[in-house]
Design a protein around this ligand. Structure first.
Ligand code: WTA
Length: 659
């Protein structure tokens, strides 16, 4: 397997046979490496320059090149045997299945592109896609990008307000949605939620509705149109040529949570993003002709964009798309999907693994998973226990696990082993070629091996976000928080072998089941409730979800804490942000620690509330440290070196006793 690895073939072509010397070479030959990757894709016009800093920290890749990522996903394969290969095997929540070849996907994408063109959609327009995990969701994404319009996919678990805010920020002209769908047996009324959101979005002109469930939904005259009506007169041989896009033209905006209340619209482009998603799919998952690839993420998150849609389609692999949930109707649903479709590569999340671990080893044991040859993990740190379970029960104690670290902002995988490198449970191991990742102090100096610090990357890479939509200043903070480097917002260590262990966020981002949420989004939802005066939301370590949301609530005068009120407040978060943001713990409190200027000190609250749960290890040397409130280190991971044994807060300082 190692001899045949895609990465081995490339290394050999450059005269290397071990990864570390090759990696060092790649740092010195960044442009050559990316030129080689880009040349495997189709360009209407070649680029003149590989990389250019414009006005730092803004930059360009493949300057002057003309391409369209959809051409690389579909059109390019129409002259090759990939044309007749299955692009997606799909399974619905209720067990129905459907498969679609590359050619069929090409045909349906062209038909929808024509339909959207008939509605007046053109290059540069923004389209919100709020759909379930069905093949039409993928067709919608590809049709929009084919026309050179910009998609913003909104996760189907978000509520109306969240959808509304994203549409408003993107100034979308169109929403593509479905009547509704079932997930885990529960009905989600997507069209009703869309109606509620669109009632407050002046830019939306049309709502295209795919009839998934045959629900009786209201259709607004002149605004709403059914997908099948839009396509009724469009024949199967319709071709809408791909819009020829500049490398740096917008492909999509994907909203993600940061430290402030407003989600940020991360911008990705056609050229560099395609090259990054393609190269990482090829090298990390070592895609071969006969593979069946299954990424269990949702298209509403970046993992779905890069590793359900774009990366796999560019490599021409057969993928699986699954609409349901891991344990419905039984805790072996995933294993049964993997068995029936003969999945060879499984890419999933630590939360997914931990969730299924609970039900016991007998569930995967019922299924023949012998087709699997490679496993992957993404979204949050994978605890060694889950890693071992995954490897033993799913990986037959022999399959490699690619623990892949990356972000919405990075567009594609940055730190991960490839199948030729050694693994270590709980570590994403080494950076991919050209990625100059390091762990540094606040002056961007390397902290050295074995010490904790901030995870950074020293030079731009092709699939990096180009800006934050309508907010370039917010983009600049990524390069200005620490001098001259890209600040990822994570804490990490590098061990003596040079392996990177990512520990978790150092900002107010909460990772619930691998889904990214902002403290402020939850806080602003709660303060919009009439009973609430002030709130602090924090993430608390959770054995299953990685973290869960805990909120501290100060009530307005005249309101009394009660279980009913707590319930009502949780429901309020569910209906304004979405089920994924609902606080698991809600505590009424008379006061919250604040800075002199009145800012709530979440870190203090976080440290104090975590400490009360942490286990004091057997071997430890007490050490008393005092931190000003703003540099309390992050203890999210409770790794042994960092465990807080006790702590107290006084006069603007938090006092921590660490091991
Ligand atoms: C976390 C998801 C540890 C990290 C692709 C990062 C990880 C954030 C890993 C980005 C990993 C992602 N090990 N932590 N393998 N992968 N993370 O934007 O905190 O949803 O900053 O992108 O997830 O989350 P996002």
């Amino acid at each position: 397997m190692v001899e045949n690895a895609n990465i081995t073939a490339y290394m050999k072509s450059k005269g290397f046979d071990d990864y570390e010397t090759f990696y060092k070479w790649s740092l010195e030959h960044r442009d050559e490496y990316w030129d080689d990757q880009a040349k495997e894709l189709h360009w209407f016009e070649p680029w003149q320059k590989t990389f250019e800093w414009t006005t730092k920290p803004f930059f360009k890749w493949f300057v002057g090149g003309k391409t369209n990522i959809v051409y690389n996903c579909l059109d390019r394969h129409m002259d090759t045997p990939v044309r007749n290969k299955v692009a997606f095997h799909w399974e619905g929540d209720n067990g129905e299945t459907r498969s679609m070849t590359y050619e069929q996907l090409y045909v349906e994408t062209n038909r929808l592109a024509k339909g959207l063109q008939n509605l007046g959609l053109k290059k540069g327009d923004r389209v919100a896609i709020y759909m379930p995990a069905i093949l039409e969701q993928i067709i919608a994404v590809l049709a929009v990008a084919r026309l050179g319009a910009v998609h913003t996919v909104v996760f189907g678990g978000f509520a109306a307000n969240a959808l509304r805010d994203r549409i408003i920020d993107a100034q979308a002209r169109l929403v593509i949605t479905a009547d509704g769908n079932h997930r885990g047996g529960k009905l989600i009324q997507l069209k009703n939620i869309t109606d509620e959101a669109v009632a407050e979005t002046p830019t939306i002109e049309k709502v295209v509705v795919f009839n998934r469930e045959g629900l009786d939904v209201s259709m607004k005259e002149g605004r709403d149109i059914y997908w099948h009506d839009l396509l009724a007169d469009i024949p199967a041989d319709t071709v809408v040529p791909c819009e020829q896009m500049d490398s740096e033209d917008l492909l999509y905006i994907l909203y993600t949570s940061g430290s402030t209340g407003k989600p940020k619209g991360v911008v990705h482009v056609h050229g560099g993003y395609a090259v990054g998603a393609y190269a990482t799919t090829k090298f990390v998952f070592d895609i071969k002709d006969n593979d069946i690839f299954w990424c269990t993420a949702d298209v509403g998150w970046v993992t779905g964009h890069s590793y359900i849609i774009y990366g796999p389609l560019m490599t021409g692999v057969t993928s699986v798309l699954f609409e349901g949930t891991p344990a419905y109707p039984n805790p072996d649903r995933w294993w049964s999907v993997a068995e029936r479709f003969k999945v060879t590569i499984l890419y999933t999340s630590p939360t997914g693994i931990r969730g299924l671990m609970r039900f016991g080893e007998e569930w995967p044991a019922k299924h023949d998973l012998s087709h699997l040859r490679l496993l992957g993990s993404v979204g949050e740190p994978i605890n060694p226990e889950a890693w071992m379970w995954y490897r033993h029960n799913i990986g037959r104690d022999e399959l490699p696990i690619m623990d892949t670290w990356w972000q919405t902002e990075t567009g594609s995988i940055m730190i991960s082993p490839t199948i030729i490198q050694p693994l270590k449970p709980g570590s994403a191991t080494r950076p991919l070629p050209t990625i100059e990742a390091d762990v540094v102090d606040k002056n961007s100096h390397s902290v050295g091996l074995g010490k904790g610090g901030f995870l950074i990357i020293r030079h731009p890479w092709p699939s990096q976000m180009r800006t934050i939509y309508n907010d370039p200043a917010r983009y600049q903070t990524y390069w200005e928080t620490l001098p001259d480097v890209y600040f990822a917002g994570d804490a990490a260590t590098i061990d003596k072998q040079g392996f990177i262990r990512v520990q978790g966020r150092v900002d107010d981002v909460i990772k619930v089941s691998g889904h990214r949420l902002g403290s402020m989004e939850i806080e602003s939802s709660l303060v919009s409730h009439p009973a609430v005066a002030e709130v602090a939301a924090i993430g608390k370590p959770d054995e299953l979800k990685g973290e869960h949301v805990k909120v501290f609530v100060i009530l307005k005068n005249g309101f009394e804490p009660s279980d009913e009120l707590a319930k009502e407040l949780k429901l309020h978060v569910r209906t304004t942000v979405g089920a994924l943001a609902v606080p698991e713990e809600l505590e009424f409190t008379p006061s919250l620690p604040k800075t002199r200027s009145g800012k709530i000190m979440r870190r203090v609250i976080r440290a104090v509330s975590w400490v009360s749960r942490s286990v004091i290890p057997v071997h430890w040397t007490p050490e008393h440290k005092t931190y000003p409130y703003h540099c309390v280190p992050d203890y999210k991971n409770r790794s042994r070196q960092n465990l807080v044994c006790s702590c107290f807060y006084s006069r603007g300082h938090i006092h921590l006793v660490t091991m």
